[in-house]
Design a protein around this ligand. Sequence first.
Ligand code: CTP
Length: 470
Amino acid sequence: MNLSQAIEHRIFQVIQAEAQKLGVEVYVIGGFVRDLILGRPNTDIDFVANMHGVELARNAAKALGIKKIDIFKTYGTAHFRFGEWDLEFVNARKESYSRESRNPQVEQGTLQDDQNRRDFTINAMAISLQSENFGEVIDPFGGLDDLEKKILRTPLDPDITYSDDPLRMMRAVRFANQLHFRIEEESFDAIKRNAERLNIVSMERITTELNKIILCAKPSIGFKILFDTGLLHRFFPEMVRLHGVEKRNGIAHKDNFYHTLQVLDNLCETSDNLWLRWSAIMHDIAKPPTKRFEEGVGWTFHGHEDVGARWVPKIFGRLKLPLDHSMKFVQKMVLLHLRPIALTKEEISDSAIRRLLFEAGDDIDELMKLCRADITSKNEAKVQRYLANYEIVVQKLIELEEKDRVRNFQPPISGEDIMRIFNLSPGREIGIIKNAIKDAILDGVIRNDYDEAYAFMLQQAQSLGLKVES
Ligand code: CTP
């Protein structure tokens, strides 16, 4: 295959000319080549030279009018940006890994050595930039064929490739999910055998791959592979525990692992928000420890939303996910995920809707998306009933928000107002009065309005024996 037409961009011409001047051989390699053939956009280009990679990068940057270039002496690599492009230059290398760390010891090598040490055949293809065969694809392991057949395969014995750098097992799952490829059977078995080696990979790197899986159009594909290979067990045992069903008196509960994946896939159809997707993953996470069988009732999971919300910081901490507002958002979603549908089990009161609006605040639309995705059942009639109820709640939420504006509720009378009016110093009465006003508004006893709240406050104060300061 020759791709000279696909690499007509000035970048490649300049690098070819500079390599020729320096007397070195240079190739485009890795993910860019793969994506070029697949027709996927990619602006990260890796170049590999047989020698003098850093000098080549310097000369090429100069010829392209770029002044800022990063050089990593220890590794003999260089990088610079050219418009939207990220260009990385390395010398062809041969690597040997130590068993305790994924940091390789680097030695000078040939193009073939460099291709040998790569993760998958589809990532090991190179394009020549030499004038005699410009654009020719150098594909020693049948990467083109594997692209065609949609197969992920390692260039060397998979036990070696994965054990050398165990992060590649996560990458295999991520590529399988992103590209809709199949992990070849030998590779799959090697991942199972080497899953434990994931322990030497830093959590940050694992989580980067995990988030890429979660951002796929259908992440259940990746999670099922993570489960089947035993990789998930290494870093997310709480999710593994969702797997399986128990039966008592002929009554089984659903498999919460597959249910969670269904909710996640459903949600992905309506939201790209990584943290809402994480909320779907976590929404039932505490079902296993809250599971009970109650005679005459069946399986219950009382309080799983509270316990689950409490687990979020612990799990986020371990997975090195951010412990900021994103984590708080996930906590809130897990805590509230049952509320919209639970509302429909009673007569839907305005007061209950106002309370939900108040607690969810600006995240109400995201909560409703999660809740909609959570309506899964094999029983079609049940799904239809829940969906109808869900629509009623959505309608009511819109009506009440328009009328009462409780979504961003700010109390019409503040704590300072109360202290001034009754000449009080800080103390528990203030909280009691403030809460009473808030409850009265949420319960619809009074409107969200200063005058009504003032009159109501006076009544409350009287029962506490307080007098207005004149
Ligand atoms: N590579 C590898 N083993 C790794 C990481 C990377 O062999 N653990 C090699 C592969 O040849 C890969 C190239 O380095 O194609 C570049 O890696 P990277 O930029 O991380 O990934 P891409 O394959 O380009 O894919 P993406 O941009 O989607 O991450």
